[in-house]
Design a protein around this ligand. Sequence first.
Ligand code: AMP
Length: 182
Amino acid sequence: MTLSTTERKIIESSIRDVKDFPKPGIIFKDITTLLNDKEAYGVLMNHLYERYKEYSLDYVAGIDARGFIFGAALAQMLGVGFVPIRKKGKLPYTTISEKYSLEYGIDEIEVHIDAFNKTKNARVLLIDDLIATGGTANAAAKLINQAGASCVEACFIIGLNFLDGQKNLKETTDVYSLIEVN
Ligand code: AMP
């Protein structure tokens, strides 16, 4: 199931472009304006619920920090557990971690080692607000699989098509982006 033209317009027009943030040349896709537009937020969450209710999911995993907002709400709607995938050093219990490249340098994300243990071979949906280079999402999908679960799809509100992130991530998991930016 994909978005109707009307639904896409409502969601797309609620996302604000902020030029030159956090540095010159970047157009930052600001989803706070989507979240405080009750119609757009409602259309978005209903669509995600309708799509993923058929996936027999056991967990939704959200990427630090904006993936928590959509992921936690969706998990509650679907009646499944939520798992936070966090930046290094934030989770209190034993973790497994994965490093990934940034434009300059490297970063690392972590998940609790027992996060998916309540269900054997748990089916997990990964969610974040946006995929750019795909470095973060790729590391997150790998972590889910290393933790003994299976990442069945990675979902993004916005996919930047001028970078290869979605193409690369498709080698690890299925990918669904609601709004494609060319
Ligand atoms: P990447 O690992 O390059 O795919 O970057 C994805 C992460 O960076 C996501 O968590 C996004 O929230 C954030 N991000 C990257 N580029 C943008 C952008 N242009 N607008 C908003 N968020 C961005």
